[in-house]
Design a protein around this ligand. Structure first.
Ligand SMILES: [Zn+2]
Length: 414
C-alpha cells in the first residue's frame, strides 16, 4: 500500500469504540447495541456525534427530520457538495459497525484533509441520516428520503410498539415534523454521495480482501400480514371447527422459504405477534412481517406475487381472513459507473487489492442512487455477521476502507 497522507486509524478506532458504548442493550456487552431511531439511546449517540464533528472543526447543522451534517467548506461556495456518511441508528441488539463505520470514517477522512491542509474546491459534508434501519416504526431510509424529497407525509402517523407516533418521536427529539420538507435539497446542490459500510456478507473474507467496490444493491420489499381467524376455547373447540390463524401463518412461512430458495432471492419473517396470546385460547389473530429481496426487480415482483398467492390459497382453505400492507418497497439500484471507476483507480493507486461486489442489504445509498451519483465502499465483515452483537470488522480493515474513502473524497472535491 502506498499512502502519502495516512488517516489516523487509532483515532478512528477510538471513536468507533466510544460510539459503540452508547445504547448498550444491557450491562453485558455481549448483548450488543439497541439504538432504535430517535430513542433516548439514539439521541445520546446523536449528541456524541455532534460533539465529535464540532471537535473536528466541522460546521454542524441538523435538518428538520434530524439528519446531521458536518461541513468542511471548499473554496467555491457555489460548487455542489460532496456528501459522505451513513447512519448511527441500530436494530434490536445490533453491532458497533453497521452504519457507524460510514459516518465515523467520513469524519476521520475529513479531519485528515483538514489537518493536511489540502485545499478543496467543493465543500465536503459528512452526513448521518435519520432512521435508516426502520426497526422502530417499520419503515426506514427516512432521513435520506426526506433529503431526496421522496418522503411521504403518512409516515408521521406510524406508531412504534409503545404507541408513540413518528410525529411525537420527532418532536421529542426537539425537531419540527411540520417543516420536514425543508430537509429536501435540490439535486444541483450535491455532486456525489459516497457511503462506506461493512459488507454484512462473506465475499471479501473469502477473497481475503479488506475492501470491495459495490456495483448493484438489492432492494427490499416489506409486507405486514394480518391473518384473522377465531379466538375460541382450546379445550371446547374440536380441531375441524377451528379457524387457527397461527397454523395458517405456519404454512405460509414455510412456503416463503421455498419461494425465496426457488428464485435464488431471500425471504425473511422476523417479527411475529400472536393474539390474544393465551395458553388455552386458539390464536384468533396473527400479524407478521415479510422481507423479500432480489437484485433483479422483475424476479422480486414474481417472488412477491407467489407470497400473495400462498396467502390467498392458505387463508381460503382455512377460512381465515388475510390482510396485507406493503410497508416498504425500494427498487434495486446500481452505483454510478463513474464512481465505481474512480474507486477502482484509487484502490489501484494505493495498491489495495479489491473486487467489484453486489450488495445484499439495503442502505440509504438506494435512495441516493436516484438523487445523485452514488458509490459504495464495502469493508470486510468477520464471518459476514451483522445486525448482531457479534458483528465485527478489524481495525486494519476499517483503516483501509477509510483511506480509500479519504482519497476518493479528495479527488471528488478537488
Ligand atoms: Zn447500515
Amino acid at each position: 500500500m502506498i499512502i502519502t497522507c495516512p488517516i489516523n486509524k487509532q483515532r478512528l478506532w477510538n471513536t468507533l469504540m466510544e460510539l459503540g458504548n452508547i445504547g448498550l442493550t444491557s450491562s453485558n456487552k455481549a448483548e450488543g447495541l439497541t439504538r432504535l431511531s430517535l430513542s433516548k439511546e439514539d439521541l445520546a449517540a446523536r449528541s456524541y456525534l455532534i460533539k465529535l464533528m464540532e471537535e473536528a472543526g466541522l460546521e454542524v447543522r441538523v435538518d428538520p427530520i434530524g439528519n446531521i451534517f458536518g461541513k468542511l467548506n471548499g473554496s467555491k461556495k457555489t460548487a455542489p457538495v460532496v456528501l459522505s456518511g451513513s447512519h448511527i441508528d441500530t436494530v434490536h441488539q445490533g453491532g458497533m459497525f453497521d452504519g457507524a463505520l460510514g459516518v465515523l470514517g467520513a469524519i476521520e477522512a475529513v479531519r485528515t484533509i483538514k489537518e493536511a491542509g489540502i485545499n478543496l474546491t467543493h465543500t465536503i459534508e459528512v452526513v448521518s441520516f435519520t432512521d435508516e434501519e426502520g426497526t422502530r416504526f417499520g419503515t426506514g431510509y427516512i432521513g435520506s428520503k426526506a433529503m431526496a424529497g421522496v418522503l411521504e407525509e403518512k409516515i408521521f402517523t406510524l406508531e412504534d410498539d409503545d404507541g408513540i407516533t413518528y410525529r411525537e418521536a420527532i418532536l421529542n427529539a426537539g425537531l419540527d415534523p411540520l417543516s420536514y420538507k425543508e430537509a429536501t435539497r435540490k439535486k444541483e446542490e450535491v455532486k456525489a454521495y459516497i457511503e462506506m459500510h461493512i459488507e454484512q456478507g462473506k465475499v471479501l473474507e473469502e477473497h481475503n480482501m479488506s475492501v470491495g467496490i459495490v456495483t448493484d444493491i438489492q432492494g427490499p420489499i416489506w409486507l405486514e400480514v394480518t391473518l384473522i381467524g377465531n379466538p375460541d376455547h382450546a379445550g371446547a373447540t374440536p380441531m375441524h371447527m377451528r379457524k387457527d390463524a397461527a397454523l395458517a401463518m405456519a404454512e405460509v412461512l414455510l412456503e416463503i422459504e421455498t419461494i425465496a430458495t426457488t428464485y435464488k432471492g431471500v425471504g425473511t419473517v422476523g417479527k411475529i405477534k400472536v393474539e390474544p396470546g393465551g395458553v388455552n385460547i386458539i390464536p384468533g389473530k396473527v400479524s407478521f412481517s415479510v422481507d423479500l429481496r432480489h437484485v433483479n426487480k422483475e424476479l422480486r415482483t414474481e417472488m412477491v406475487n407467489k407470497v400473495f398467492e400462498s396467502l390467498d390459497r392458505v387463508s381460503n382453505r382455512r377460512r381465515i381472513h388475510a390482510h396485507i400492507d406493503v410497508k416498504k418497497d425500494v427498487d434495486p439500484a446500481s452505483c454510478s459507473k463513474e464512481i465505481v471507476q474512480l474507486l477502482e483507480e484509487v484502490c489501484s493507486e494505493l495498491s489495495i487489492p479489491t473486487k467489484k461486489i453486489q450488495c445484499g442489504a439495503g442502505h440509504d445509498s438506494l435512495i441516493m442512487a436516484n438523487y445523485t451519483k452514488m458509490g459504495m465502499i464495502f469493508v470486510r465483515s468477520k464471518d459476514g455477521i451483522s445486525h448482531n452483537p457479534k458483528e465485527w470488522t478489524d481495525l486494519e480493515d476499517c483503516a483501509v476502507g477509510t483511506q480509500v474513502l479519504f482519497e476518493t473524497l479528495v479527488k471528488l472535491a478537488k
